[in-house]
Design a protein around this ligand. Structure first.
Ligand code: N01
Length: 532
């Protein structure tokens, strides 16, 4: 075996969808690349989040690579929404097909990066004590990759099994007949609860905030694939120019154009029976106008009441405290109906807060409930967590200091004072408000083209100028403030992490608009970046 070298053209951090595509593009462009990955294999989020029922909430024909026409023709998704095992099979297939693993070091977590201004290189230190250098570093570290792990009092005392959905055992867990608790009712919690309810002995759901959820209407998609595949390139191009990075039928009208109520109802019924996240685009003012938003919210509440037999339980499951879509919507496959089962019960943490864990289970309100298994689905330190978890030092100090009051980036691609460090789907880009595959491919292509431009023009250093960055931060904040989204205590704002500065982090102007801006910046000679 040859000794792995220590100096590279480019180091890519992360071997999920972003890191793998970045490796492919850089290889094609003739760069020598090393990918560093903490997990034992490729897959990123789909490698770690193996909990029962894990599934993508963007349709499989959209949530897949578009860069290779042969790949997109030869791969056949089986369901409208792909399950985690199928997505992992796909990403492994990609790794095999392009022989990617030879440039990836697995089981290695990046702990620190330091910029050497004289050498104009990054030194990257990993948890095996090793240091490598590279001219460029590309953080393909994901937006939802650092779990939030609240420390409940007495957690260590619990004598049963305790699992996090974000780091599910690879061999699976046998929950048959067991007394199971799930804490957390975001997408991960909803999917877990729906999947395990029929198998467990009893299931107790600990809910802090109820979620709005739209039905998936999942099912086989062979016929749809036959329809889309002949025109896949055009289909993908439409996605790239759309609002969310996938098709939603964006000929939507404004809410007031559809009043009186019959028109509103007709549109909501239509979107509901189509299923999926496009429900939030029923009217173009849903994110801007409180009445339009409330019309959607009330429609979902009515649906919840119709699904849940016990009115008291239905009311507890009904979201009322934040605008619909201001927190990430969930896409469900029978979640609310689960609460009609005799073996399922709901604990509203507003009425009965968790006091502590004990050897036997959980004390909430006045009651101790005993469990064999506790599952925590408590979310992530989103968007900035993976970047600030590394000790990154640029020309002016640490990234954590620079971002103490919230992330500051230019286009979500770079941050001033950290030359030659790129982020794929970084904060202040559409990222989590879009089909991640569309946004990943756009960023990877943009970064690769920028590196080629540097090389062709005999330059080797790039960073945003501070004025361009300030303008972009203001633009992102201003566009965010125009919407109802900052009104929810969501992970989009960092509100789920105690002590994290509350700032609305994604760019909400839409994927197509963002692409036009990013393309324009590049065409204008990387306007707002210093290239030296
Ligand atoms: O995390 P979340 P997630 N005590 O933050 C609760 C993507 N994803 O992993 O709302 C008690 O949404 C918390 O309560 P609250 C998708 O983008 C996609 O489920 O903060 N409860 C909330 O109920 C998604 O949005 C897919 O009041 C506590 C839950 O835990 C994102 O990942 C599947 C608590 C966390 O929900 C994150 O989803 C899975 C505490 N101390 C994930 N702390 C699909 O593609 C937190 N909670 C379908």
């Amino acid at each position: 075996m040859t000794e792995e070298r220590n100096d590279h053209d480019v180091i890519v951090v992360g071997a999920g969808f972003a890191g793998l595509y970045q490796l492919i593009r850089l290889r094609q462009a003739g760069y020598e690349v090393r990918v560093l990955e903490a997990g034992g294999d490729v897959g990123g989020t789909w490698y770690w989040n193996r909990y029962p029922g894990a599934r993508c909430d963007v349709e499989s024909i959209e949530y897949s690579y578009s860069f290779d026409r042969t790949l997109e023709q030869e791969w056949n998704w089986t369901e409208r929404y792909a399950s985690q095992p199928e997505i992992l099979d796909y990403i492994r297939h990609v790794a095999d097909r392009y022989d990617l693993r030879r440039d990836i070091t697995f089981g290695t977590r990046v702990e620190a990066m330091r910029w050497d201004d004289a050498a104009e290189r990054w030194t990257v230190r990993t948890d095996d004590g090793r240091s490598r250098t590279a001219r460029f570093v590309i953080a393909a570290t994901g937006c939802l990759s650092v779990p939030s792990r609240p420390a409940f009092a007495g957690m260590a005392d619990f004598a049963g099994e305790l699992y996090w959905t974000s780091n599910w055992p690879h061999d699976g867990v046998d929950l048959t007949g067991k007394r199971v608790a799930v804490v957390g009712t975001g997408s991960s919690g909803l999917q877990t609860i729906t999947a395990i309810a029929p198998d467990v002995g009893s299931l107790t759901v600990f809910q802090r905030t109820p979620s709005y959820a739209v039905p998936a209407h999942n099912g086989p998609i062979a016929a749809r694939l036959d329809e889309v595949k002949p025109g896949y390139p055009e289909f993908r191009e439409e996605s790239r120019l759309s609002r969310l990075g996938f098709h939603c039928g964006e000929d939507e009208t404004g809410y007031y154009a559809e009043t009186p109520a019959a028109g509103v109802r007709r549109e909501l019924d239509r979107r509901w029976s189509d299923g999926g996240l496009c429900f939030t685009l029923s009217f173009r003012d849903v994110l801007f106008d409180a009445d339009a938003n409330e019309a959607l919210a009330e429609y979902v509440r009515e649906r919840i009441r119709a699904k849940v037999n016990d009115p008291g339980t239905a009311e507890k499951l009904t979201p009322r405290t934040y605008p619909i879509a201001a927190k990430r919507m969930c896409v469900d496959t029978g979640y609310f109906e689960v609460f009609n089962r005799d073996n399922v019960s709901l604990v509203d943490l507003g009425e009965e807060p968790i006091e502590r864990f004990t050897e036997r289970g959980i004390v909430a309100g006045d009651a101790e409930r005993a469990f064999d298994v506790i599952i925590l689905a408590t979310g992530f330190d989103a968007m900035t967590g993976a970047l600030t978890a590394m000790d990154i030092r640029g020309t002016g100090g640490a990234l954590t200091e620079k971002w103490a009051a919230g992330p500051r980036t230019y286009l979500g691609l770079m941050t001033a004072g950290f030359p030659n460090l790129f982020m794929i789907t970084g904060p202040q880009s559409p990222s989590v408000l879009s089909n991640m595959m569309t946004s990943i491919e756009y960023h990877v292509d943009w970064v690769t083209t920028a590196l080629e431009h540097l090389r062709a023009s005999g330059r080797h250093r790039m960073e945003p100028d501070i004025e361009a960055e300030d303008n972009w931060v203001n633009t992102t904040n201003d566009v965010g403030e125009l919407t109802l989204m900052p009104r929810a205590a969501s992970w989009y704002t960092g509100a789920n992490i105690p002590g994290k500065q509350r700032v609305f982090m994604p760019f909400v102007g839409g994927v197509g608009t963002y692409k036009q801006i990013g393309d324009g910046v590049a065409v204008a000679g990387y306007h707002g970046f210093e290239l030296t």
